[in-house]
Design a binder for this molecule. Structure first.
Ligand code: FE2
Length: 339
């Protein structure tokens, strides 16, 4: 408990070395600079400490019995997942081979033995600064994602829409064989696609009758506003085109830019299908929601009407119609719509 309290106040460093005298030397150096020290004499203990105490940085010796420094570096990076966890590796002087191997395992920096204490501290401080920036960025991204979900919660007809579009877009990306990174990006794009509606009046968003030209022109600005809201975040830069173009049409008659065909970015073409699918399934003030099968057959009928990429749409219908084919089951799709 006391150790956990200390960890919250000072940056904590996990030092991993099988030779006690080496480990203690580093301990003295980093402790004198105000870091909290967590020690492990082998990789398995280091993993335990990492999971339990979530240190800010690790210094790992390359040469260790059982699990060597490279394996440990790999494992810690995997466990950290999307969270940034900096690792400095201790190598022998001029050991080029180890450095290359270390980079392949995700190491962030190296210190050669015998090392200069000031060099070690300077490297640690700069990596911890980088980690703080990463954490801050993640925090900002979470705020925007939360805002998007909160925004639609004010309207009972759209509640859950963005989350469902995010989930389903990710499933669709997996079905299409896109990379895990693409799947994650599409999930974020799905959650954020309508965030540009944030400044728009509820009276227009909830209007039970068709919109006037003026109202429609206002609504048409939401993809651009959404793109502007998300643009300061570097981590969202890959999904900006998806947000901007999710209302473009395959025949070029959409908005805001009126681009068509494959000029519309792939993420946006995917979102446009999933967005429409969810909207048709959901109840709207001016229209009752349709059943799952009605929506699918209506999309099938409209496959070549110019709204969507017809090839992508056929894949979507295939995914949505298939039961337990490995990627996606009809049951799990239905579950998304039972919330
Ligand atoms: Fe939209």
């Amino acid at each position: 408990m006391l150790q956990q309290d200390l960890l919250q106040e000072r940056p904590s460093v996990l030092i991993v070395d099988d030779i006690p005298s080496n480990l203690e030397l580093i301990e003295v150096i980093v402790q004198s600079e105000g870091f909290t020290v967590l020690k492990a004499y082998h990789g398995h203990k280091a993993i335990e400490i990492f999971e339990e105490l979530k240190p800010d940085i690790a210094i790992i010796d390359v040469m260790m019995p059982d699990m060597d420094g490279f394996q440990l570096c790999n494992t810690l990076k995997e466990l950290a997942g999307k969270r940034y966890f900096p690792i400095i590796m201790l190598t022998a002087l001029n050991d080029k081979e180890s450095k290359i191997k270390g980079i392949e395992c995700g190491a962030d920096d190296f210190i050669s033995k015998p090392f200069e204490p000031r060099e070690l501290i300077a490297k640690m401080r700069s990596l911890i600064k980088l980690k703080e920036l990463h954490d801050e960025l993640e925090h900002s991204e979470n705020i925007i994602l939360t805002l998007a979900v909160a925004l639609e919660a004010r309207d009972p007809y759209t509640r859950g829409h963005s989350t469902r579009v995010g989930d389903l877009s990710r499933e669709f990306a997996a079905f299409l064989g896109l990379s895990v990174k693409d799947q994650e990006m599409l999930k974020k794009a799905g959650i954020l696609h309508d965030i540009g509606k944030i400044g728009m009046s509820e009276a227009i968003l909830r209007k039970p009758a068709p919109l006037t030209d003026e109202e429609f022109n206002l609504i048409k600005k939401h993809p651009i506003i959404g793109e502007q809201i998300c643009s300061p975040l570097h981590s969202l830069r890959d999904i900006l085109p998806a947000i901007r173009h999710h209302h473009e049409r395959w025949d070029g008659r959409g908005f805001p830019d009126g681009i068509g065909g494959k000029n519309i970015p792939l993420y946006a073409r995917i979102l446009s299908i999933v967005d429409a699918f969810d909207a048709m399934l959901s109840e709207r003030p001016y229209r009752q929601g349709r059943t799952y099968f009605e929506v699918l057959s209506s999309m099938r009928r409209e496959q070549h009407n110019g709204q969507w990429d017809p090839e992508l749409l056929s894949y979507f219908i295939e995914m949505a119609s298939v039961m337990d084919e490995g990627f996606f089951s009809l049951e799990s799709l239905k579950n998304i719509y039972q919330e």
